[in-house]
Structure formats: structure tokens, C-alpha cells
Design a protein around this ligand. Structure first.
Ligand code: NAP
Length: 276
């Protein structure tokens, strides 16, 4: 690679969307580097000395928000100083309506809007992969997923769709100053999602409805910090209120195709051994 060849720094390049984005960009012949504490490029939000070396040579950045909102503007400023010309920022659907569940995301959105370079913000619904690679996996393996969600449906979005959208936004013109809400093609209740996973995995799993207070107590008992329990309850309150429940056309607007369905996700994850 020459020093001025386009290169994307993929933050959280070991995570659910970042890992897929690195693979997607590379499959398209693009240069991409995975940055995180354990990634091929060392980057740690809490270690400012890792920021500038990670940014060296990057023409574009896939930005995941820091937990600490105070860091967002400093990082974006350093990125611009380092020669980054485009940022695609991963935010969350409903960030403007669900309240205070992620101050870091609010700060990151604001920082990229003010950056003076090309920017696009993506705001996905909950990832389908939360059931196979994150918070909901162990409860499913234990046979009981318990949440304060009620009967409000959620149009879960596949992390591969988020990665495909991000890859297009990072490499194609025409998306400057755009904000895309990204969802799956249909909304389903957590009860229905659990039933689908029980069917494709052949496991006995039930969904249990909790009050927000019961959920908070269960998270503390599982060892989550109080602030995480509070943030998750704020997220579920917004979801319960229906702020994220309608499917959006964001994936189709960017990719010209429908998003992946939850049934497809569940069948693929089961075949890959997610719940074996
Ligand atoms: N999950 C969802 O349904 C969903 C939906 C919408 C938006 N989001 C947002 O997407 C973002 C990522 O969520 P995710 O669920 O995709 O995460 P994830 O898969 O759990 O990945 C987290 C990533 O962050 C990296 N990381 C953690 N601490 C770090 C630090 N101090 N410095 C640098 N990198 C660090 C991790 O890598 P290392 O451990 O190697 O550092 C990992 O690559 C969050 O901002 C979340 O709010 C998530």
C-alpha cells in the first residue's frame, strides 16, 4: 500500500459490526484495519497515547462512540488533524427519543456533525446477533430469557446488514450529512424471537416478562454494574414505548435490497453452532 492509498480504520474491529465490516471491505478489495484493545491496531479509549498511531494513514474511520462523552470531540479533532476525510459513525436508533441511555453516542454524533469533513451517521435497532454473540446468549443457553419488554415488537437488524451499509457509506459518494435508521424487515416480540431460536436450536427456552425493578435486580445479581443496569433499563423503557418498533427503509435506501430477516439470521446462527 502507498501512504496515500485509501485506508479505513475500523474501530471496535473485533466487535459484532466491526469484525464483519473489516471482512466486507477486504472482500471488496479495500484496505481496512481493525482497531481495538485486542485488535490488529492497538486502540484504547482510555489510553490517549494509542489514538494518533492508530489514526496514522487512515483516510476514513468507522467510529464507535466512547462511553465517556468527553472523549468524542478530542478524538474526532485528532482524526481530522491526521488527514481523515470521512467518518461513518455508529449510533443507535432512537438516540434522539429514548433519553439518556448513551451520552457517549450523543457526543459522538455531535462531534462528527461539527467535524467539517464528510460524515454519515447510522442508527441501528438492536442487533439480531445480541442473541448469539452478546447479552442474550447465555440466558438462552440457560433456557430462560427475562426482560422488561412487554409485547412491543422490535425489528432486529442483522449485524451483517449494518456492516454492508457501513462499507457502502465508507466507499461511495452521496451520503454526506445523512442519518440512516437501520432495522430488519419486520418487527417481532422477544417472545416470538425466543420461540424462533428454540425451534431452530432444538432447545427448550422460555421468555419471561419482568418489571423494570426485577430486571435491574437480576442484572445486579448477575454481576453487572449499577450504571449498566440503569442504562439497559432506560433502553428497554424506550423500546417498550414503541419508539423503535416500526421497521425502517434505511438498509434498502443504501444497499438497494431488503434487510436480512430474523428467521434467516436464526437459522444461520444455529447452523454455525451459536446455541449448541
Ligand atoms: N448491540 C446492539 O444491539 C447495538 C445496537 C445499536 C447500536 N449499538 C452500539 O454499537 C456499539 C458497539 O456495540 P456492539 O454490541 O457491536 O459491541 P461489541 O460487539 O460488544 O464490541 C465491542 C467492541 O468495542 C471494543 N472495545 C471495548 N472497550 C474498548 C476500549 N476501551 N477501547 C477501544 N475499543 C474497545 C471491543 O474490542 P476489545 O475488547 O478488543 O477492545 C469490541 O471490538 C455500542 O456503542 C452500542 O451502543 C449496539
Amino acid at each position: 500500500m502507498t501512504t496515500n492509498a485509501p485506508s479505513t480504520l475500523v474501530m471496535a474491529g473485533t466487535g459484532k459490526t466491526g469484525r464483519r465490516l473489516v471482512q466486507t471491505l477486504r472482500a471488496a478489495g479495500r484496505h481496512a484495519r481493525a482497531a481495538s484493545r485486542s485488535g490488529e491496531v492497538r486502540f484504547d479509549w482510555s489510553r490517549r497515547d494509542t489514538w494518533r498511531p492508530a489514526l496514522a494513514g487512515a483516510s476514513a474511520v468507522y467510529l464507535l462512540a466512547p462511553e465517556d462523552p468527553a472523549l468524542a470531540t478530542d478524538f474526532v479533532t485528532q482524526a481530522v488533524d491526521s488527514g481523515v476525510g470521512r467518518i461513518v459513525a455508529l449510533s443507535g436508533r432512537g438516540i434522539d427519543r429514548v433519553g439518556d441511555f448513551s451520552p457517549g453516542m450523543v457526543a459522538a454524533e455531535e462531534a462528527v456533525r461539527k467535524s467539517g469533513i464528510e460524515w454519515t451517521i447510522i442508527r441501528p435497532n438492536n442487533f439480531s446477533q445480541n442473541f448469539s454473540e452478546d447479552l442474550f446468549r447465555q440466558p438462552l443457553l440457560d433456557g430462560r430469557l427475562a426482560l422488561p419488554m412487554g409485547a412491543t415488537p422490535e425489528p432486529f437488524v442483522d449485524a451483517q446488514d449494518v456492516a454492508d451499509v457501513a462499507a457502502t457509506l465508507l466507499t461511495s459518494p452521496g451520503h454526506h450529512e445523512q442519518v440512516y435508521d437501520l432495522s430488519g424487515p419486520r418487527a417481532l416480540t422477544f417472545d416470538a424471537a425466543v420461540a424462533t431460536i428454540a425451534r431452530v436450536s432444538g432447545r427448550s427456552i422460555r421468555y419471561v416478562e419482568l418489571t423494570p425493578e426485577e430486571y435491574h435486580a437480576e442484572l445486579l445479581a448477575e454481576g453487572y454494574p449499577a450504571e449498566t443496569a440503569t442504562a439497559l433499563n432506560a433502553l428497554f423503557a424506550g423500546m417498550r414505548a414503541g419508539h423503535l418498533a416500526e421497521p425502517t427503509g434505511g438498509v434498502r435506501r443504501v444497499l438497494g435490497r431488503d434487510p436480512l430477516d430474523f428467521d434467516t439470521y436464526a437459522a444461520r446462527a444455529a447452523a454455525a453452532g451459536a446455541w449448541s
